[in-house]
Design a protein around this ligand. Structure first.
Ligand SMILES: *Cc1c(COP(=O)(O)O)cnc(C)c1O
Length: 364
């Protein structure tokens, strides 16, 4: 078994106990398996502080993007219009999805190091009365910027817009009070802050909103309404479910609860992130995102010098057990390091020692 520490934003380093759960072959129509699905659905509501009365969880086969596309195609009718806030690749992906599906949409684009501005959104909403839905990525994993979920939630409430949040890389790692914020659809996936493995994604949706979505979907497989109707009966998935992944995920949720829930996990991630950024700063690496907008999930670092050889750096790190991530920006040379998953202060210190060694010894 390799013991790489994945400093990536998912798939990430998981515990051996989560991996061991996947040694069991489970049967999709067996009651034990269906009860795992039902338990997960309920636990996810608790993690998101959403009540059973008003909210429901729908699990969907596929990576996170499948759930995003499922929400977009199911929540939007032909009369609706979607405002897409975009300051990164995942916001851009929602624009692309809307173009593919043929969703009436309008992008609000920002530079990748900028957070959305309240006044600008108010103006857009005032000028375009057709807008019925707003979608925003919470933690833009492209850069690690954290978008102001409270501000957007308040605006959506005041202007009575349906609010969709892509909380893929934040849910489970950052406290999100779905019901209090009034989020209508929140999307995340198995292999991020809950620390499961890839294979399915999920949507926490307001029941009264979901009920109005029948017949909207332009895709059979991604029809969130139909997926919900079938799953809600007794926990059986529509079409084959990723049984091993679901088993591992259930264990991962138990471990999140054992750790002390989202509050504790957030503290661990935040400690990791602060340590990583301060130690790398000492070594000579500056972050791309300003500190006040930096998420505790993943950080983008600028190359320390123009001739910095990322491939050599990457290989050096990998040989010593750490897998890092290339940057995703076109205009600046960067790389990224995630600090979520089964990663602790000690791992960050070991990682930074190796980086220091590379910079001080190898590059000299
Ligand atoms: C990971 C991620 C997604 C989904 O990407 P997949 O590759 O489909 O899992 C979507 N949005 C954000 C912000 C993400 O971090």
């Amino acid at each position: 078994m390799n013991n790489y520490k994945l400093l990536t934003p998912g798939p990430l380093t998981t515990t051996n106990t989560v991996k061991e759960e996947m040694l069991i072959d489970r049967c999709t129509w067996d009651d034990d398996y269906k009860s795992i699905t039902q338990k997960i659905r309920k636990q996810l509501l608790e993690i998101g502080k959403a009540s059973l009365d008003n909210y429901t969880t729908v699990l969907i086969q596929g990576s996170g993007s499948f759930a995003v596309e499922s929400v977009i195609t199911t929540a939007m009718s032909h009369e609706d219009k979607l405002l897409i806030i975009s300051n990164g690749a995942y916001g851009e992906r929602i624009i692309e999805m809307s173009q593919y599906i043929g969703i009436n949409h309008v992008p609000y684009r920002l530079s990748y190091d900028e957070v959305p501005k309240e006044e600008e959104i108010i103006n857009i909403l005032k000028e375009d009365k057709e807008i019925s839905h707003i979608v925003m990525v919470h933690c833009e994993t492209t850069t690690g910027i954290l978008n102001p979920i409270e501000v957007i939630a308040k605006l959506a409430k005041e202007h009575e817009k349906t609010l969709i949040i892509d909380a893929m890389s934040s849910f489970g790692g950052i406290e999100i009070n779905i019901e209090e914020l009034g989020i209508d659809f929140l999307i995340s996936s198995a292999n991020k802050c809950i620390q499961g493995v890839p294979g399915f994604s999920f949507v926490i949706g307001k029941k009264n909103k979901l009920l109005k979505c029948e017949g909207n979907s332009r895709s059979l497989c991604l029809d969130l309404f139909e997926q919900w109707k079938v799953m809600d009966k007794d926990g059986k998935w529509r079409y084959t479910s990723p049984t091993h992944v679901v088993g591992g995920f259930s264990k991962a949720i138990d471990e999140l609860i054992e750790e002390g829930g989202v509050t504790q996990r957030y503290m661990r991630y935040k400690t990791n992130n602060k340590l990583l950024r301060s130690r790398l700063k000492e070594i000579g690496f500056n972050p791309y995102i300003q500190e006040e907008n930096q998420s505790p999930i993943i950080t983008t670092f600028l190359f320390p010098t123009q001739d910095f050889d990322f491939i050599s750096f990457y290989n050096y790190m990998k040989e010593r057990g750490f897998v890092i991530y290339p940057g995703k920006l076109t205009d600046v040379d960067t790389f990224r390091m995630g600090n979520i998953g089964e990663i602790y202060e000690e791992d960050i210190n070991n990682l930074c020692d190796v980086i220091n060694e590379y910079v001080k010894v190898v590059r000299k």
